[in-house]
Design a binder for this molecule. Structure first.
Ligand code: G6P
Length: 607
């Protein structure tokens, strides 16, 4: 997501450190750049869309003077990439500048309240409400720290913010809730940034802010307080021993691993969808005579999983179709009564955009789910939702799959509610469980990371893998197999388990590895039958099953257990995580680079 850097220094111009810091945050992905400095009690702000070098040159950023300042790389979530939407954002008086990483869920109501009080807004971001709220609170003469604390208590969602103000020109205020922020101290001054790499050339002495904490930085160091009650927090500096390259990956050996571990966080963001767009998409889905889901690669697997969820929760038949096949298969039937829900992480996949074009030409209604605000998909869809997973650098999609499934599940639940297809109790139960998914994923990672590494060692010379699942777990199995293919190049098959009798069983002989995805639920008894069939023919069985599922464990050579209580309809997200990790470790053991698999591209923008 967005990158943040702030500093207050004794010697030199802050802008030099800020632009260098932003350069080291570039790997996070961004569409716009902005810098603010304070000089002689005045705020100076320069920002624009584009690459760092372009904005620095175009806006003459290097000419900005001052020993205190901050910079921002923006990855759009609310409001397309543009100069006005770039950070910093200001209050009405021009005395407060603020940069933000995260999503403010309740910004619409806060904005309406501020508009009633006479505030005017220039951008379409959620962020801009924050400096305006601070401006309001300052009217009660409680100082910057008091005003910011009051405002933070009103924000729902996630944030890392840095604030500069002419009211207190020798201080930087920063705070975090669910978006990262780290403080650093050197002989020359005090720093804050989204990530350690941004400040590593200046200091390796850092203190991590925790959720719900605010820091006031000055040349003398920092003071940390709790947002909830303003009470002081003691936090000593830690020494970072990572190299710059390691620090970019936050200590992980590869981006893919970092992104797998980021999933609890990205999934929490995926629960913060904008209500009005969720409702809008739901209404369109309800109107169509037919609903086609179209996507490529991993995004297609999200669609496949979603087709089960729409059917079970909202009683809506949807047809998932690989986007490169869309025109041949449904091109002559798609029309004014069709809803085409297209899913694309990048929003730029050629085949998916072609399918969209075709559907639009035939008067179909196109809806989109993407990770990229401002992508072609957001321009050509009638309405779209942003999956909020942040930039993904590893070519093999991991966190973007789980976020897409999360978004699609929320759509299905909203539609179920609108159509009255589930009772209030059932809806409440799903809602409760959906909110637990990020925690479940966290538990899966914590509990099984070591076991999966050991599993990868055991199976590292395997020549062939077969992935099987039934019902919605077919999608999980297909996605697990795709990860393996993409980054380890080991031949593999994935099938609905019931279909294995019609072909794949012929390849089973001693020691072929069979990976079963078997959550508890309606498919459980059947999948046990399939495991037995494979085992009887000599296959080695690896199961991803529910904790304490003794029946499956008894039949398996190896089992990875997933926490209890996850409804089968919600299982793809937690159950896919061990498969992502297994592929990752297998690739590393084979000496391959999982971040850059051969012949594959992150975004396929050609036919
Ligand atoms: C490429 C990538 C995959 C991705 C697919 C679809 O094949 O390597 O990781 O799933 O494109 O991309 P999209 O951006 O449309 O989701």
């Amino acid at each position: 997501m967005c990158g943040i850097f702030g500093c207050i220094i004794r010697d030199g111009q802050a802008v030099k450190l800020i632009t260098d810091g932003l350069k080291r945050l570039e790997y996070r992905g961004y569409d716009s750049i902005g810098v603010a400095t304070l000089l002689d009690g005045e705020l100076h702000v320069r920002k624009d869309m584009g690459k760092l070098e372009e904005v620095v040159e175009g806006q003459r950023v290097n000419e900005m003077m001052g020993s205190i300042g901050m910079g921002h790389t923006r990855w759009a979530t609310h409001g397309a990439p543009s100069m006005v939407n770039a950070h910093p954002h200001m209050d009405g008086s021009g005395n407060i500048a603020l940069i933000h990483n995260g999503v403010i869920e309740n910004y619409m109501e806060l904005k309406e309240e501020l508009i009633e009080k006479g505030h005017t807004f220039v951008s379409r971001t959620d962020t801009e409400v924050i400096p305006h709220l601070i401006e309001e609170e300052l009217k009660s003469d409680i100082g910057m720290k008091g005003a910011i604390l009051r405002v933070l208590r009103r924000l729902k969602g996630s944030y890392a913010v840095v604030v500069l103000s002419t009211h207190e020109p020798n201080r930087i205020f920063c705070a975090r809730h669910e978006s990262p922020l780290v403080i650093g101290v050197s002989d020359n001054g005090t720093f804050c940034a989204s990530d350690v790499p941004a400040m590593l050339p200046y200091t390796n002495q850092v203190a991590y802010l925790r959720n719900g904490e605010m820091a006031v930085m000055s040349l003398d160091g920092y003071e940390i307080v709790k947002v909830i009650d303003g009470s002081a927090v003691e936090r000593d500096l830690e020494e970072i021993t990572w190299s710059l390259e390691m620090a970019e990956k936050q200590g992980y050996t590869h981006f893919m691993l970092k992104e797998i571990y980021e999933q609890p966080h990205s999934l929490r963001n995926g629960l913060r969808l904008q209500e009005q767009y969720l409702n809008l998409l739901t209404q369109f889905l309800d109107m169509g005579k037919e609903v086609l889901l179209t996507a490529a690669g991993t995004s297609y697997h999200s669609c496949l999983a979603a087709s089960y969820i729409f059917s079970k929760l909202s009683r809506l038949t949807t047809i998932p179709v690989v986007s490169s096949e869309f025109i041949e298969r449904y091109g002559s039937t798609v029309g004014i009564d069709s809803i085409v829900l297209a899913v694309s992480q990048s929003g730029e996949t050629y085949d998916t955009l072609k399918a969209i074009d075709h559907a639009r030409m035939r008067a179909g209604t196109v809806l989109g789910i993407t990770n990229t605000v401002g992508s072609t998909m957001t321009r050509v869809s009638r309405a779209y939702l942003i999956q909020q997973s942040g930039p993904e650098i590893g070519v093999a999609a991991t966190k973007t799959f789980t976020s897409q499934v999360m978004v699609l599940t929320q759509l299905a639940m909203r539609l179920a509610k609108q159509r009255g297809k589930l009772s209030q109790d059932e809806l409440d139960e799903y809602e409760k469980k959906l909110k637990l998914i990020p925690d479940w994923v966290e538990t899966v990672i914590e509990n099984s990371a070591e076991a999966i590494e050991a599993l990868a060692e055991k199976y590292q010379d395997e020549k062939l893998f077969l992935f099987l699942g039934r019902g919605i777990s077919t999608a999980t199995a297909l996605e697990g197999r795709l990860k393996l293919l993409e980054i380890t190049y080991v031949p593999s098959l994935a099938y609905p388990a019931g279909e294995s009798k019609h072909g794949p069983i012929s390849i089973i002989e001693d020691d072929v590895a069979c990976v079963f995805v078997c959550p508890r639920g309606e498919t459980h008894a059947h999948i046990i039958g399939s495991i037995m069939e494979m085992k009887a023919r000599g296959a080695r069985i690896i199961s991803i099953c529910e904790e304490g599922d003794e029946e499956v464990k008894r039949l398996s050579d190896d089992a990875i257990e997933i926490p209890k209580g996850i409804p089968e309809e919600l299982s793809p997200v937690p159950y896919v995580v061990p498969l992502q990790l297994l592929s990752y470790h297998l690739a590393v053991l084979k000496g391959l680079d999982p971040d850059m698999p051969r012949n594959l591209a992150k975004s396929v923008t050609v036919p």
